[in-house]
Design a protein around this ligand. Sequence first.
Ligand code: PLP
Length: 285
Amino acid sequence: MQLLPLTPNGQTPVRALTIAGTDSGGGAGIQADSRTMALCGVHACVAVAAVTVQNTLGVSAFHEIPPEIVAGQVRTVVSDIGIGAAKTGMLASTAIIEAVAGVCREVGIGRDGEIPLVVDPVAASMHGDPLLHAEALDAVRHTLIPLATVVTPNLDEVRLITGLDVVDDRSARKAAEALHALGPRWAIVKGGHLRSSEQSTDLLFDGETFHELPAKRIATGNDHGGGDTLAAAIASALAHGYSVPDAVAFAKEWTFRCLEASYDLGAGHGPVSPLWRLHLGISGS
Ligand code: PLP
């Protein structure tokens, strides 16, 4: 696969910002985003929105960062460091979503500011533990998603956001249209959780054309952080100047390799791993 270029020592890499929650188990959230960004040659800036109490068995609690502190992290990073792309993950509440949307509009992140925004509308962990208050779904639909350059829900999140069940290609197209109608530039419907299929085909839609991105399914229980990794890889490629379709195609291959390299951890779901990239050295071969 074509890898994103790493910067020679001492040179400033491109920058991206993740606005998301932490995972104390190190598998998902900000930890997954930062790892993928680093190994895609990107300096990762971080705006912490929530701190989760989490291991491989689940999320037992989370603490929300005050909305003005979340927005302040975004503002201060953009004004000094400058970023080529941003990504949102776990935002937990309506108040945080509104603060993030407000600062994004202020500094030119998202539709159609200069800085592209990947919105991963995180609602729950793979164990079913909530990462978003139910009352915040309206803010996800009408405040956050309309700002997105590209929105990347999994099938559970598609159901929560649109009310549509994706069971086949036809319903995936309907869901992509419903997501796109909320206002993002591009919508992805991920096929990864369609367990019955041999393939894991993602659908990318810009309001006119459907792009199908097939991949072979990998049967592993160690897929914690897979959604974060895909969205962070898209943001990394956008920061490097890729178009959205090229960034998504890159991210899909990246995530496939990270699923192949996933490992056992603790007693629950292990993480997808981008550490395979370290074995390739700076030239990537
Ligand atoms: N914890 C945090 C902080 C996350 O952001 C996410 C997903 O985005 C998760 C947990 C859940 O990840 P998964 O669904 O891969 O278990």
